[in-house]
Every structure is written in C-alpha cells, then in structure tokens.
Ligand binder design. Sequence first.
Ligand code: ZN
Ligand code: ZN
Length: 161
Amino acid sequence: MKPGALLPHLRSRGWRVTPQRRAVVTVLERGAQHATAEEVHAAAQLIVPEISLATVYNVLTELVGMGEISEVRLGPRAAIFETNVTLHYHHVCDECGRVTDVPAPDMSTCLRSCGQGCEPQGAACASPVKCCLRLPELGSRGYSVDRVEIVYRGRCGCTAQ
Ligand SMILES: [Zn+2]
Ligand SMILES: [Zn+2]
C-alpha cells in the first residue's frame, strides 16, 4: 500500500477514525516500521499529547486483527509493528538493533509437498532447501508445519568505517 493510503483504506472499511486512531496510523505510515508499541506511543504523543499507551496497544491490536498491519516477534524483544503485511523475513543487527525487511520466497508449496514426505517416499528432492528444513523428519514424527520464519542476525553495516 502506498504511503498515505492506509487511513482512507481503513475509513472505506468502516473504521471509525478518531484523533487517537489517526495518530497511530500516521506514525506507522510516516515510517515507524518495526516499532514497538512504546515507540509508536512516543511518536503518537507528539500528535495527540493525551494518547495513552493502552489506547495505542488497542489500536495496534485491532489493526493486526484486521490484517492491516503485522505484529512481528523477533526473539525476546518486544513485539514490533509494521505496515508491510506481505510475507517477508527480517535481518536484525547485533550492533545497533536495526531491523530490515528481507524479501522472502513463498515456501507454502514447498511445505506442502515436503510435508507429504519426499524423502520417505524415496522421491528425488528437487529443491534441497526442503530437506535442510527437516520437514520430512518432522512429518514422519506426525508434526505439521504451516509456516517458516527466518531471522537473519549479524551486522547491518553501521559499524563499517
Ligand atoms: Zn547496525
Ligand atoms: Zn518487516
């Protein structure tokens, strides 16, 4: 979705736009990507000073429930929110904490075919990544896998001189 398009889109879905709600959406749209609820709250307070953290949480949770933004959990840190709802992975910088989107291939076909067990059936695996994910092994133990989340960790270049 283009920047600035989320609010009109939400309005067209019948979402009642209050000053508080508008502030949260504006913050997200201004590029507060991968921001925690606390960070969204701090930025939203610059627009609507009296907005509470609880309200920000409620708005974020509602938008996640509507499928308009996504909530991402990357390890032990607080959940982050973003307007990019397409499938993607994340790179997290060990040094500065920057979170960067990494485009991801849709592995659902892979998960399906491998869940049925290409290895146990003796079929040649056309794409080795399937077996690297241990899907046949999980499948043989009766586990199902619906999605894969990958977090790349390292440096983002912030320390490069
Ligand atoms: Zn960094
Ligand atoms: Zn992201």
